[in-house]
Design a protein around this ligand. Structure first.
Ligand SMILES: *Cc1c(COP(=O)(O)O)cnc(C)c1O
Length: 219
Protein backbone atom coordinates (compact mmCIF):
# COMPACT_ATOMS: atom_id res chain seq x y z
CA UNK A 1 0.00 0.00 0.00
CA UNK A 2 1.22 3.51 -0.78
CA UNK A 3 1.06 6.49 1.56
CA UNK A 4 -1.44 8.06 -0.80
CA UNK A 5 -3.80 5.09 -0.76
CA UNK A 6 -3.45 4.65 3.01
CA UNK A 7 -4.41 8.29 3.46
CA UNK A 8 -7.36 8.07 1.10
CA UNK A 9 -8.58 4.94 2.82
CA UNK A 10 -8.42 6.51 6.29
CA UNK A 11 -9.88 9.85 5.21
CA UNK A 12 -12.85 8.20 3.57
CA UNK A 13 -13.65 6.44 6.84
CA UNK A 14 -13.56 9.60 8.99
CA UNK A 15 -16.75 11.51 9.80
CA UNK A 16 -16.74 15.12 8.57
CA UNK A 17 -16.23 16.64 11.99
CA UNK A 18 -13.06 14.62 12.69
CA UNK A 19 -9.69 16.16 11.82
CA UNK A 20 -6.81 13.94 10.76
CA UNK A 21 -3.33 14.67 12.07
CA UNK A 22 -0.79 12.69 10.03
CA UNK A 23 1.85 11.67 12.56
CA UNK A 24 5.11 11.86 10.64
CA UNK A 25 7.70 11.52 13.41
CA UNK A 26 10.88 9.67 12.34
CA UNK A 27 9.73 9.67 8.70
CA UNK A 28 11.73 11.37 5.93
CA UNK A 29 10.53 14.52 4.18
CA UNK A 30 9.96 12.50 0.99
CA UNK A 31 7.28 10.49 2.80
CA UNK A 32 5.66 13.64 4.14
CA UNK A 33 5.67 15.15 0.66
CA UNK A 34 3.80 12.13 -0.63
CA UNK A 35 1.11 12.81 1.93
CA UNK A 36 1.21 16.52 1.12
CA UNK A 37 0.74 15.84 -2.57
CA UNK A 38 -2.26 13.69 -1.68
CA UNK A 39 -3.78 16.71 0.05
CA UNK A 40 -2.70 16.31 3.68
CA UNK A 41 -1.90 19.64 5.38
CA UNK A 42 -1.74 18.76 9.09
CA UNK A 43 1.31 16.91 10.37
CA UNK A 44 2.19 15.81 13.89
CA UNK A 45 5.72 15.60 15.24
CA UNK A 46 6.97 14.77 18.72
CA UNK A 47 10.43 16.37 18.68
CA UNK A 48 10.99 20.09 18.38
CA UNK A 49 14.16 19.88 16.33
CA UNK A 50 12.70 17.39 13.86
CA UNK A 51 9.64 19.58 13.39
CA UNK A 52 11.80 22.65 12.80
CA UNK A 53 13.94 20.88 10.22
CA UNK A 54 10.90 19.61 8.34
CA UNK A 55 9.25 23.04 8.54
CA UNK A 56 12.25 24.52 6.77
CA UNK A 57 12.13 22.02 3.95
CA UNK A 58 8.41 21.85 3.33
CA UNK A 59 5.62 24.07 1.92
CA UNK A 60 4.50 26.79 4.26
CA UNK A 61 0.77 26.05 4.15
CA UNK A 62 1.30 23.06 6.43
CA UNK A 63 -0.01 23.15 9.99
CA UNK A 64 2.50 21.62 12.38
CA UNK A 65 1.18 20.01 15.54
CA UNK A 66 3.42 19.08 18.46
CA UNK A 67 1.99 15.84 19.77
CA UNK A 68 4.74 14.67 22.11
CA UNK A 69 5.86 15.53 25.59
CA UNK A 70 7.33 19.04 25.63
CA UNK A 71 10.09 20.23 27.90
CA UNK A 72 9.78 23.85 28.99
CA UNK A 73 13.28 24.72 27.81
CA UNK A 74 12.40 23.65 24.24
CA UNK A 75 9.31 25.80 23.90
CA UNK A 76 11.16 28.81 22.50
CA UNK A 77 12.39 26.81 19.51
CA UNK A 78 8.93 25.68 18.56
CA UNK A 79 6.77 28.76 19.04
CA UNK A 80 7.53 30.30 15.62
CA UNK A 81 6.31 27.19 13.77
CA UNK A 82 3.74 25.34 15.80
CA UNK A 83 -0.01 25.59 15.17
CA UNK A 84 -1.28 23.42 18.01
CA UNK A 85 0.45 21.85 21.03
CA UNK A 86 -1.34 18.67 22.09
CA UNK A 87 0.56 17.62 25.19
CA UNK A 88 0.35 20.48 27.66
CA UNK A 89 0.50 18.70 30.98
CA UNK A 90 1.63 21.25 33.55
CA UNK A 91 1.03 24.81 34.60
CA UNK A 92 4.74 25.49 34.33
CA UNK A 93 4.74 24.45 30.67
CA UNK A 94 1.65 26.50 29.90
CA UNK A 95 3.26 29.52 31.53
CA UNK A 96 6.39 29.12 29.43
CA UNK A 97 4.35 28.74 26.22
CA UNK A 98 2.51 31.96 27.09
CA UNK A 99 5.79 33.75 27.83
CA UNK A 100 7.44 32.70 24.58
CA UNK A 101 4.31 33.32 22.52
CA UNK A 102 4.22 36.85 23.88
CA UNK A 103 7.83 37.42 22.83
CA UNK A 104 6.88 36.41 19.28
CA UNK A 105 3.58 38.34 19.45
CA UNK A 106 1.73 35.12 18.74
CA UNK A 107 -1.23 33.33 20.15
CA UNK A 108 -0.68 29.61 20.56
CA UNK A 109 -3.50 27.07 20.66
CA UNK A 110 -3.01 24.29 23.19
CA UNK A 111 -4.68 21.09 24.29
CA UNK A 112 -4.39 20.00 27.89
CA UNK A 113 -3.28 16.39 28.13
CA UNK A 114 -5.40 14.46 30.57
CA UNK A 115 -4.18 11.24 32.10
CA UNK A 116 -6.77 8.54 31.39
CA UNK A 117 -4.65 5.40 31.10
CA UNK A 118 -4.09 2.91 33.87
CA UNK A 119 -0.37 2.94 33.22
CA UNK A 120 1.56 5.30 35.43
CA UNK A 121 3.98 6.09 32.64
CA UNK A 122 1.61 8.18 30.55
CA UNK A 123 1.91 11.92 30.98
CA UNK A 124 -1.07 14.04 31.79
CA UNK A 125 -3.08 16.03 34.27
CA UNK A 126 -5.79 14.62 36.46
CA UNK A 127 -9.08 16.45 36.81
CA UNK A 128 -8.02 18.13 40.02
CA UNK A 129 -4.94 19.59 38.36
CA UNK A 130 -7.05 20.72 35.41
CA UNK A 131 -9.29 22.52 37.88
CA UNK A 132 -6.36 24.14 39.62
CA UNK A 133 -5.09 25.58 36.34
CA UNK A 134 -8.50 26.92 35.42
CA UNK A 135 -9.08 28.51 38.77
CA UNK A 136 -5.66 30.03 39.21
CA UNK A 137 -5.53 33.81 39.06
CA UNK A 138 -2.35 33.65 37.05
CA UNK A 139 -3.95 31.62 34.27
CA UNK A 140 -6.45 34.43 33.79
CA UNK A 141 -3.54 36.70 32.83
CA UNK A 142 -2.25 34.40 30.07
CA UNK A 143 -3.12 36.38 26.98
CA UNK A 144 -0.99 34.52 24.44
CA UNK A 145 -2.25 30.98 24.88
CA UNK A 146 -5.66 29.51 24.27
CA UNK A 147 -6.82 26.14 25.55
CA UNK A 148 -8.96 24.85 22.70
CA UNK A 149 -9.37 21.26 23.77
CA UNK A 150 -8.20 18.14 25.57
CA UNK A 151 -5.97 15.26 24.55
CA UNK A 152 -5.57 11.78 25.95
CA UNK A 153 -4.01 8.41 25.30
CA UNK A 154 -5.61 5.14 26.31
CA UNK A 155 -3.75 2.26 27.91
CA UNK A 156 -1.71 0.18 25.46
CA UNK A 157 -3.78 -2.98 25.59
CA UNK A 158 -5.88 -5.30 23.42
CA UNK A 159 -8.76 -4.95 25.85
CA UNK A 160 -11.26 -2.91 23.82
CA UNK A 161 -13.59 -2.46 26.77
CA UNK A 162 -10.86 -0.87 28.83
CA UNK A 163 -9.88 1.47 26.00
CA UNK A 164 -13.53 2.40 25.52
CA UNK A 165 -13.91 3.09 29.21
CA UNK A 166 -10.89 5.40 29.19
CA UNK A 167 -12.00 7.28 26.08
CA UNK A 168 -15.50 7.72 27.50
CA UNK A 169 -13.99 9.02 30.71
CA UNK A 170 -12.11 11.69 28.76
CA UNK A 171 -15.24 12.55 26.78
CA UNK A 172 -17.08 13.03 30.06
CA UNK A 173 -14.44 15.46 31.32
CA UNK A 174 -14.48 17.23 27.94
CA UNK A 175 -18.26 17.70 28.05
CA UNK A 176 -18.08 18.97 31.60
CA UNK A 177 -15.43 21.60 30.90
CA UNK A 178 -16.99 22.61 27.61
CA UNK A 179 -19.49 24.49 29.73
CA UNK A 180 -16.69 26.61 31.11
CA UNK A 181 -15.61 29.46 28.90
CA UNK A 182 -13.03 32.24 29.18
CA UNK A 183 -11.11 34.35 26.67
CA UNK A 184 -8.25 31.84 26.82
CA UNK A 185 -10.25 28.68 27.45
CA UNK A 186 -12.92 27.29 25.16
CA UNK A 187 -12.99 23.59 24.42
CA UNK A 188 -13.87 22.46 20.91
CA UNK A 189 -11.24 19.81 20.12
CA UNK A 190 -11.02 16.35 21.64
CA UNK A 191 -7.78 14.74 20.46
CA UNK A 192 -7.90 11.00 21.01
CA UNK A 193 -7.24 7.95 18.85
CA UNK A 194 -4.17 6.57 17.09
CA UNK A 195 -3.69 3.91 14.39
CA UNK A 196 -4.81 1.07 16.63
CA UNK A 197 -7.81 2.66 18.28
CA UNK A 198 -9.05 5.62 16.27
CA UNK A 199 -12.35 4.04 15.20
CA UNK A 200 -13.17 3.36 18.82
CA UNK A 201 -12.05 6.88 19.77
CA UNK A 202 -14.42 8.36 17.19
CA UNK A 203 -17.29 6.26 18.53
CA UNK A 204 -16.47 7.76 21.91
CA UNK A 205 -16.57 11.35 20.67
CA UNK A 206 -13.10 12.15 19.33
CA UNK A 207 -12.85 15.15 16.98
CA UNK A 208 -9.15 14.80 16.17
CA UNK A 209 -7.23 11.59 15.48
CA UNK A 210 -3.43 11.30 15.42
CA UNK A 211 -2.49 8.57 12.98
CA UNK A 212 1.06 7.57 12.08
CA UNK A 213 1.84 3.96 11.25
CA UNK A 214 -1.41 3.30 9.36
CA UNK A 215 -0.41 6.08 6.95
CA UNK A 216 3.37 5.92 6.78
CA UNK A 217 4.04 2.32 7.84
CA UNK A 218 5.78 1.08 10.96
CA UNK A 219 8.56 3.00 12.64
C1 LIG B 1 3.37 8.33 17.72
C2 LIG B 1 2.13 8.93 18.27
C3 LIG B 1 0.89 8.76 17.63
C4 LIG B 1 0.70 7.92 16.38
O1 LIG B 1 0.83 6.57 16.66
P1 LIG B 1 0.48 5.45 15.56
O2 LIG B 1 0.19 4.25 16.39
O3 LIG B 1 1.69 5.30 14.71
O4 LIG B 1 -0.70 5.91 14.81
C5 LIG B 1 -0.21 9.42 18.16
N1 LIG B 1 -0.12 10.17 19.27
C6 LIG B 1 1.04 10.35 19.91
C7 LIG B 1 1.08 11.20 21.13
C8 LIG B 1 2.20 9.73 19.45
O5 LIG B 1 3.36 9.91 20.11
Amino acid sequence: MSIQSNLQHIKSSLPENVTLVAVSKTKPVSDLMEAYDAGQRIFGENKVQEMTEKWQQMPKDIQWHMIGHVQSNKVKYMVPYVKLIHGVDSFKLLKEINRQAKRYRKNINCLLQISIAEEETKFGLNEEELNEILNSEEFKTFENVKIVGLMGMATFTDNQEQIRKEFLHLKEIFDKYKEFSAFNFQLSTLSMGMSGDYQLAIECGSTMVRIGSSIFGGR
